[in-house]
Design a protein around this ligand. Sequence first.
Ligand code: RIB
Ligand code: CA
Length: 309
Amino acid sequence: MIKRKIIFDCDPGHDDIFAILFALAHPERFEILGFTTVAGNQTLEKVSNNLANVLDYLHISLPIYKGYDKAITKPLEVQPQAHGESGMDGPVFIEKNHHFQMKHAIEFYKEMLEVHDKITIVAIGPLTNIALMIKTYPHLCHKIECISCMGGGIAEGNIQKRSEFNIYHDPEAAKIVFESGVPIVLSPLEVCIKGSITFKEMEAFHHNHSVSKLVYDLFSFYSKYSKEHNFSSSPIFDVCPIYYLYKPELFKGFNANVYIELNGNYTQGMTITEKCEKSQTRVLYDVDRKTFIDDFTESIFELDRKVII
Ligand code: RIB
Ligand code: CA
């Protein structure tokens, strides 16, 4: 099995961390070149600090490159109701001054695309960084093997009736990315909801092993939103794009052109999918939930065994 070179573009975000932990548990499959952060769930500073706190807690020294602190045209609109004032409420970290790379996120992409034959981008926040990297360095985009992206909805919405947060936050960026011709695998709300973890399954992490404790503390806050809305489970949205790269055979999808609504009082950020076999974009709509959750759970236990805090 080929080991993929990946970059996470993220806005941690509870589920962003779940996705990153999954990849860290599988070094035999994923070489993480680094992380780029983007404003979304919270401000750029807060999401960058959240990621740095987790990497520091795990004693992992991988580089973090800050990207854009707002969408291309829209004003910043963070999401405290889903992720809290910090952007990752729940766990408590010893606050410290973290070391972030001086280089801007898109310069990191340029460097990595020049050095490596192929890289995969795991896009789990608004697409601002990736869109502006594509616009700035179009001659390097052929070296992007795939963008595995959480975003959009076939018919669902979570920030508006028909709009999903990552796309809604920066629809202009999403339009640039989906029109770029770069191969994309899209995990929209539908497949993420199909892959939800039940509150009972979350209890598997309720013990004192270090990584499980972090995950349980994250779920303790993150699952509140689902509980308040009388659901029996929570989607772990951002884990879908990385899990697809791990076991694509467990997903169902279709090739489609994806159009982004830029305006509209009720539909800004809506993704319109039009089936097209020739399209470079694959839209996922179903996953083998049990295997997905079992693999996610076992991956956290694997990190418990490996990571000495
Ligand atoms: O709509 C879900 C997406 O918005 C996820 O990436 C989550 O982290 C939030 O950013
Ligand atoms: Ca995210």
